[in-house]
Design a protein around this ligand. Structure first.
Ligand SMILES: Cc1cc2nc3c(=O)[nH]c(=O)nc-3n(C[C@H](O)[C@H](O)[C@H](O)COP(=O)(O)OP(=O)(O)OC[C@H]3O[C@@H](n4cnc5c(N)ncnc54)[C@H](O)[C@@H]3O)c2cc1C
Length: 433
C-alpha cells in the first residue's frame, strides 16, 4: 500500500511534466538531452523527498513496514537519487551546450554565472555526492558511525540549496501552476512530517514523562541494565519487544541517539534497557550515573507479542539479543508453551541469569543456555538444523522470535525455513540499522 502511494505520486510528478509539454519540447539541437535532464531532475528530487520521508520516523509507517526495512528502502532510493542527479547535471549541461553551440566547460561557467541559484545547487550537488559516497558499504566500514551520521545531515542542507534553483529555473515551477502547487504540497508533507515526528512528538513525550537514569545494575561482564524513571510511563504504551532511540544528556552523549530494546515490560514509573559494551558510546553507558537526564524517541518496532498467531513459541537469542526476548517472556501466560534457546559465548556471559532461573520454574517454559560463539555449519552447529529438530521437534507449529547480530539472524531464518516453519511465523529483530 505504502509503495503504491509512492508510485502513484511519482506518476503524477512525471504526468505533470508530460502535461505541460515535456515531450514536445524535446526537439531541436540539444532538445532531447535537455528533456532527459528535466526528467532526471524531477524524479531525482522526488526520490530525495521520499528518502527524507522514509526517515522522518512516522510511527504508523514504521509499524506497518518496520524501521529496518525503511532503512533499506532509504538506502536504495538514496543510490537511485544520486544517479538521477548525476544524470540531471550531465544531460542538462550537454543539452544546453548543444543548443547554444558551446563547449561543456563554457556551458557550465555560463550556468554558474548567469542562471539564478545554480551555484548554490552545485554546492548542494557536491554535498549529495559526499553523502552518497560515505554511505557505500565499503566506505561506511572505514568511517566512524557518528562521522557518517554528521555527513549525512548535510543532505538537508543540500536539499535547501537545490530548492532555490528549482523554483528559479526549473521549467516545472516557472511554467506550470499545477506543477508548482504539487511540488509545494510534496515539500510541505515531507518537512511537516519531519517537524512533527522528529521534533514535536519526541519533545512532547520527554517533557511529559521527564526521564532520568534511576539506577545501573551490572548483569554480566561488559553488560549493564539501566533503569530509567519517569512520570506516567504507562501512557507511552510501549510494548515488550520494542525499542527506543536513547539519548543520555551528558557532555559526551547528548548528541547521539542509539537504539536499545526494552529488556522488561515498562511499569508506571520505570523502564529498563540492558546495554552491552560494543563500542565508545555503549562503553560510556556502563558508567552512567543515576540522575542523568534521558531523552527517548519511540517506541519503535513490531517485534512484539501482537505478532503471535499461536500459543506455542520458540524464542532464540544470541548474546545481547536476549534483551527484547527477556521482555517478551513477560507476555506469556500459563496456557502458552514456550522454549527459549539462548546462545552465549561462555556461561559467564549469561545475562539475566537469576530472572531466567525464576522463569524456568514454570512448567510451560523450557530454557536452554547454549555455549559457543561461532555460527557453525547448518548440521553440526548447536543451533543447527539437526539439533533444533531434535530439541524442538514441533518447531514448525511455533511462532519463532529470533534476535541477535545479522549473520546469526540470517543463519537462523534459513534453518527455520528448512525445518518447515512458514515465513509468517518467523519474527526477528536485527540489532543493526
Ligand atoms: C533495533 C535495535 C535494538 C538494539 N537493542 C540493543 C540492546 O537492547 N542492547 C544492546 O546492547 N544493544 C542493542 N542494539 C545495538 C546497539 O544499538 C549498538 O550496539 C550501539 O548503538 C553501539 O554504539 P557504540 O557507539 O557503543 O558502538 P560503535 O562502535 O559505534 O558501533 C558498534 C555497532 O553498533 C552499530 N551502531 C552504532 N551506533 C548505532 C546507532 N545509532 N544505530 C544503530 N546501530 C548503531 C554500529 O553500526 C556497529 O555495528 C540494538 C540495535 C538495534 C538496531
Amino acid at each position: 500500500m505504502v509503495a503504491w502511494v509512492g508510485f502513484v505520486a511519482a506518476a503524477v510528478t512525471v504526468g505533470l511534466w508530460v502535461r505541460h509539454g515535456g515531450f514536445s519540447s524535446a526537439t531541436g539541437p540539444g532538445g532531447r538531452a535537455t528533456a532527459v535532464g528535466e526528467l532526471t531532475a524531477l524524479v531525482g528530487t522526488y526520490a530525495v523527498l521520499v528518502q527524507l520521508l522514509l526517515m522522518s520516523r512516522i510511527v504508523w509507517l514504521e509499524r506497518a513496514v518496520g524501521l529496518d526495512r525503511l532503512v533499506v528502502w532509504h538506502r536504495w532510493t538514496g543510490f537511485a537519487t544520486l544517479w538521477l542527479l548525476v544524470g540531471h547535471v550531465i544531460f542538462t549541461t550537454v543539452g544546453y551546450a548543444q543548443g547554444d553551440r558551446m563547449s561543456l566547460w563554457a556551458q557550465t561557467r555560463d550556468f554558474v554565472s548567469h542562471y539564478p541559484d545554480v551555484l548554490m545547487a552545485w554546492v548542494g550537488f557536491v554535498m549529495f555526492i559526499a553523502v552518497g559516497v560515505t554511505s557505500v558499504q565499503i566506505a561506511r566500514a572505514k568511517v566512524q558511525r557518528h562521522t557518517w551520521y554528521f555527513i549525512h545531515l548535510y543532505a538537508y542542507l543540500a536539499v535547501a540549496l537545490a530548492f532555490a534553483h528549482q523554483f528559479a529555473v526549473g521549467s516545472d515551477f516557472s511554467n506550470d501552476r499545477a506543477a508548482r502547487v504539487w511540488w509545494i504540497f510534496l515539500y510541505l508533507i515531507v518537512f511537516g512530517s519531519i517537524l512533527w515526528w522528529r521534533v514535536i512528538v519526541p519533545w512532547r513525550l520527554n517533557l511529559r514523562h521527564d526521564l532520568r537514569v534511576h539506577s545501573v545494575k551490572r548483569e554480566a561482564p561488559g553488560v549493564v541494565s539501566i533503569h530509567v524513571r519517569g512520570r506516567d510511563l504507562d501512557l507511552i504504551d510501549a510494548q515488550p519487544g520494542q525499542f527506543f532511540l536513547w539519548r543520555f544528556i551528558t557532555s559526551t552523549g547528548w548528541w547521539q541517539a542509539h537504539p536499545f530494546s526494552l529488556s522488561a515490560t515498562p511499569r508506571k514509573n520505570r523502564m529498563r534497557i540492558t546495554v552491552k559494551n560494543l563500542g565508545d558510546h555503549s562503553a560510556r553507558l556502563q558508567r552512567i550515573r543515576p540522575g542523568v537526564r534521558v531523552f527517548a524517541e519511540g517506541p519503535y518496532g513490531t517485534f512484539t507479542a501482537e505478532r503471535r498467531t499461536r500459543s506455542r513459541a520458540l524464542l532464540i537469542a544470541a548474546g545481547i539479543g536476549i534483551t527484547p526476548l527477556r521482555a517478551l517472556l513477560d507476555t506469556f501466560g500459563p496456557n502458552d508453551d514456550v522454549v527459549l534457546l539462548y546462545r552465549v559465548a561462555t556461561a559467564d556471559d549469561t545475562v539475566f541469569r537469576h530472572e531466567l532461573r525464576e522463569f524456568a520454574r514454570a512448567d510451560n517454559l523450557r530454557i536452554h543456555v547454549i555455549e559457543g560463539n561461532e555460527i557453525g555449519d547448518d548440521r553440526t552447529d548447536l543451533l543447527g538444523v539437526s539439533l533444533l529438530e531434535r530439541n524442538v521437534p514441533d518447531v514448525a507449529t511455533r511462532d519463532c522470535f529470533v534476535c541477535g547480530p545479522p549473520a546469526f539472524l540470517d543463519a537462523l531464518k534459513r534453518r527455520l525455513a528448512i525445518l518447515g516453519v512458514p515465513r509468517h511465523q518467523i519474527h526477528y529483530e536485527r540489532f543493526q540499522l
